[in-house]
Write a protein that binds this ligand. Sequence first.
Ligand code: GRG
Length: 292
Amino acid sequence: MTDLGAFLESARARIDDALDRAVPPLGTPPPLLHEAMRYAALAPGKRLRGAVVLATCDLLAGETDAAAALAGAIEMVHAASLILDDLPSMDNATLRRGRPALHHAFGEANAILTSVALLNLAFETIARAEAFRPAVRVEMGGRLARAVGADGLVGGQVADLAATGTRLGLEGLEYVHSHKTGALFLAAAEIGALAAGGKDRDLRALLGYAKNLGLAFQITDDLLDYSGSPETTGKDAGMDRDKTTFVDLCGIDGARRLVDELIDTSVSALQPFGRRRARLVALAELVRVRDR
Ligand code: GRG
């Protein structure tokens, strides 16, 4: 197994353990809510955003054991966003992570409430992460809140929904995806860096990495929506039918070229970190070639 393969496997195990400990056990009242929270949070996702938290913390020689709870919190936010994204009023998806989407398994009202509960649990997890100084926890919470809100996931999603059925230009599409998808990659890198006591200049360099990585990830998502199969991606294909995608605007080859450019740019942003950057570089290279 490659170094990255071993890292991702151990990151997944640590993140899953953190999620298992943070999300109350089955049977906790109200049982339906906790069953739904565990269904959504512990479903077999790639845990890529959580891995970015751990790899960034490691880049700056931080304590990754303590950061696992933070990686779990980022994955809770991600799971909360997937639940909402799948709703009939948004993407109307049926399949997520190889299983029925949450609203299919638990009903729409419970899905909305489960998303809210996971989102709040994420912030509670950060607020209670006692391994970090209170001021650091406040900074992490603030950055995550910004990434979720009107200037992040929510803003990107609203712009995406408003543009459904119309044709966006490259600038509009970049706005949607740097907010809807990129913002959480950025928050993951920031939180990992803050966990390791990162300085402003570290955070600035990581911004260049995470912003470009997040956008590249979304373009590969568009490519997979176009040509991937539900058996490998675990979700419905062709969900972007009524939306402008990078494949519509640039064609398949153009979209792949854009991924290459963004990954190259994200990797160059890591130059200041010298040899320690290898793992984050490998993560970016994985996004370049991913098929799931
Ligand atoms: C209030 C949290 C919250 C969100 C509201 C619904 C919404 C705003 C935003 C949607 C954000 C979203 C779902 C963007 C899509 C990003 C994307 C490409 C998801 C797929 O990520 P993977 O492939 O999934 O990493 P896994 O299942 O592997 O974790």
